[in-house]
Design a protein around this ligand. Structure first.
Ligand SMILES: Nc1nc2c(ncn2[C@@H]2O[C@H](COP(=O)(O)OP(=O)(O)OP(=O)(O)O)[C@@H](O)[C@H]2O)c(=O)[nH]1
Length: 203
């Protein structure tokens, strides 16, 4: 059995093509995959990080952005400890859809989920359509953390996931979080996930 103190479930959502899979692959494998195809349903990867000398295991769920998979992906929100809502800073429609994603969260996720708004593809500076302050204001208005990333250039990707691991660990230590650590059977066995009892909520 792998030795770790906490296990947290992190779920990425957002429009198709914003770079969710690339963010996960960059963080877990340190690469920017060429010719990445669209995600079918959901996929997950694991990465263990160290927070203040303690091992924290992140189970990162990458959901398909395409509408036709929505009924499958919605089922994964409920047990998420953290949700990462991704848009593409060079594609206005992906930002305009954020209110719809928040409605999804309100409807399907725990009200106490820790949530992060991520403007990805920050390397595409010349094609930028959403200024950083617009993303930041939106996040503030909705009690979300905010960061801009580039999966391509590996910019802020580690910071994003480490920040989430740190915050969830902090909450767990404060006993705001009931943490049930169990071995995860990647071959399809059951997984026990921590749950947050107090944190951000959507307005
Ligand atoms: N320039 C740039 N391109 C990126 C970045 N991240 C992803 N891409 C590109 O954006 C496209 C979509 O990336 P994906 O990671 O598959 O997007 P996704 O959000 O997982 O898409 P779905 O699986 O359909 O929901 C690919 O062509 C990537 O190469 C980035 O940080 N910068």
């Amino acid at each position: 059995m792998e030795d770790y103190k906490y296990l947290f479930k992190v779920v990425l959502i957002g429009n198709a093509g914003v770079g969710k899979t690339c963010l996960v692959r960059r963080f877990t494998q340190g690469l920017f995959p060429p010719g990445q195809g669209a995600t079918i349903g959901v996929d997950f990867m694991i990465k263990t990080v160290e927070i203040d000398g303690e091992k924290v295991k992140l189970q990162i769920w990458d959901t398909a952005g395409q509408e036709r998979f929505r009924s499958i992906t919605q089922g994964y929100y409920r047990s998420a400890n953290a949700l990462i809502v991704v848009y593409d800073i060079s594609c206005q429609p992906t930002f305009d859809c954020l209110p719809q994603w928040l409605k999804e969260i309100e409807h399907y996720a725990s009200t106490k989920v820790f949530s992060y708004l991520v403007g990805n593809k920050s390397d595409r500076a010349s094609q930028r359509e959403i200024p950083a302050y617009v993303g930041e204001d939106f996040a503030r208005l909705h009690d979300m953390e905010f960061i801009e990333t580039s999966a391509k250039e590996a910019d802020n990707v580690d910071s994003l996931f480490y920040d989430i691991a740190k915050e969830l660990t902090r909450l767990a230590r404060q006993n705001s979080l009931r943490s049930h650590v169990s071995e995860t059977d990647l071959s399809g066995g059951s997984t026990s996930i921590s749950s947050i009892s107090s944190c951000c909520r959507f307005s």
